[in-house]
Design a protein around this ligand. Structure first.
Ligand code: PLP
Length: 479
């Protein structure tokens, strides 16, 4: 493709995306296909000769889009939102065009510096304590963009592990590191995301999964008891992953109780706030992050709920040296003359190569303003409350979580099997998409407000559809 054609096709692509978004509501939310559908439509070998652009685009519509789950659809209510907005798409296009690989300051100074500055911006937007920010020369803290919340949790665990082993090694210089590692114990709540379990698996450390209270929050007393039991049998608590806004039901761990326990036992407290963290740009939600000052690291995903496209997962640490000590390797070919005066993000995560991801965050914050982003979050929370109100009006249904943000967990008052059949039938219709969760052994249906421009009409329509589906099933299946 030459420059002239790129200009032409680029404009067409923007039009194509805009039309896709404009008409998305007329599509099924989930595709009506079976696994392996694409094998029958796409040749098993790549083309030897160049193919015309029109033909490729024709296949996008006929072969690809029929197999897409439309996450931006107004009736997509599964998981959490997949952030998306025009300024973010355009900024990502620019990032691809610039095509730099910013693993060190020297590899692309603007890529590194914008990331540091924008992470300070967002840190301020959510009122993170100053120690997490990099703005002053004296500060030891700072933020970085990782690919996913899973990676933020893993990297925090690795930093905590390295710190724990270093301090144990200083106390017991003749004990093998492998033996010390076998004593380390990490903790999280049963409601923590499964990425914590994965991080412990990769980090080769034990993980104790604790029972939350009746509101699905992990409490300080539960953690203290577990740590004391473990210490009594020679294990060494080193890491706690807490959650603000759990995946199943958007519950909040009690940081102000857990934090002092972590401090007492010299344990690294991580806060995973992948979804809900975005809402802390609104001051009225900040009471939910009380105790964050005890954390060593914190993450949130603007690619969930701040209108930024995947990938964009932000992580802050109070002490960046503790993080980089776990991850530094320094071959000659990556060194440069400004290492002492600059940040090299290759030491802050697992991959070496990094995209210019801060561009899309910078574009979105500037194009909406913090006020615009707050309005967006508040509207989602208002619509979730509206949906909760509609569900509660009908005595056949119950709401199972405390609705504080954009997520409502509800169920039919009946067996788990009945709820499962209800959800399966709704999803099979292709009219909407929701996913289940298990809360205190109850099968619940998660309804999350996801679409950028979700409206009260969408919520009412969806609720009427839900009731009509229930009546239909009641006649045929639930008799
Ligand atoms: N943590 C929480 C609280 C989540 O809700 C999720 C995903 O929904 C994750 C972590 C995993 O996020 P990622 O896909 O960015 O790894």
């Amino acid at each position: 493709m030459n420059e002239a054609e790129f200009r032409k096709r680029g404009k067409e692509m923007v039009d194509y995306i805009a039309s896709y978004m404009a008409c998305i509501g007329s599509r099924r939310v989930t595709p009506a296909i079976e696994p392996g559908y694409l094998r029958a439509l796409i040749p098993s070998r790549p083309p030897e000769r160049a193919e015309p652009w029109e033909q490729i685009m024709d296949d996008v519509e006929k072969k690809i889009l029929i197999g897409v789950t439309h996450w931006q659809h107004p009736r997509f209510h599964a998981y959490f939102p997949a952030g998306n907005s025009y300024p973010s798409i355009l900024a990502d296009m620019l990032s691809d065009g610039i095509g730099c690989v910013g693993f060190s300051w020297a590899a692309s100074p603007a890529c590194t510096e914008l990331e540091t500055i924008v992470l300070d911006w967002v840190g301020r937007m959510i009122a993170l304590p100053n120690q997490f920010l990099a703005f002053s020369e004296k500060s030891k803290g700072g933020g970085v963009i990782q690919t996913s919340a899973s990676e933020c949790v893993l990297v925090s665990l690795l930093a905590a592990r390295a710190q724990a082993i270093r301090s144990l090694k200083a106390q017991h210089p003749f004990v093998e590191e492998g033996i010390l590692l076998s004593k380390l114990m990490a903790y999280c709540s049963k409601e923590a995301h499964s990425c914590v379990e994965k991080a412990a698996m990769i980090g080769f450390v034990k993980l104790r999964i604790l029972e939350p209270d009746e509101h699905f929050s992990l409490r300080g007393s539960t953690l203290r008891q577990a740590m004391e039991e473990d210490r009594a049998i020679g294990l060494i608590p080193f890491f706690v992953s807490t959650t603000l806004g759990t995946t199943s039901c958007c519950s909040f761990d009690a940081l102000s109780e857990i934090g002092p326990v972590c401090r007492e036992y010299n344990v690294w407290m991580h806060v995973d706030s992948a979804y809900a963290g975005n809402a802390f740009i609104c001051p009225e939600f900040r009471y939910l992050m009380k105790g964050v000052e005890f954390a060593s690291s914190f993450n949130l995903n603007p690619n969930k709920w701040m209108l930024v496209n995947f990938d964009c997962s932000l992580m802050w640490v109070k002490d960046r040296f503790k993080l980089t000590q776990a991850l530094v390797v320094d071959p000659l070919y990556l060194q440069h003359n400004y290492s002492d005066k600059s940040i090299d993000y290759r030491h802050w995560g697992i991959p070496l190569s990094r995209r210019f991801r801060s561009l899309k965050l910078w574009f979105v914050i500037r194009n909406y303003g913090v006020e615009g982003l707050r309005n967006y979050i508040r509207e989602h929370c208002r619509l979730a409350k509206k949906f909760e109100e509609l569900v509660r009006k009908d005595v056949r249904f119950e709401v199972v979580n405390k609705v504080q943000m954009g997520l409502v967990c509800f169920r039919l008052k009946g067996s788990n099997g009945m709820n499962q059949r209800f959800l399966t039938s709704m999803n099979a219709s292709g009219t909407l998409h929701m996913v289940p969760a298990s809360l205190a052994d109850k099968y619940v249906i998660r309804f999350c407000v996801c679409a950028q421009n979700a409206s009260e009409d969408d919520i009412r329509l969806l609720h009427s559809f839900l009731l009509s589906r229930f009546s239909h099933l009641s006649r045929r299946v639930f008799k």
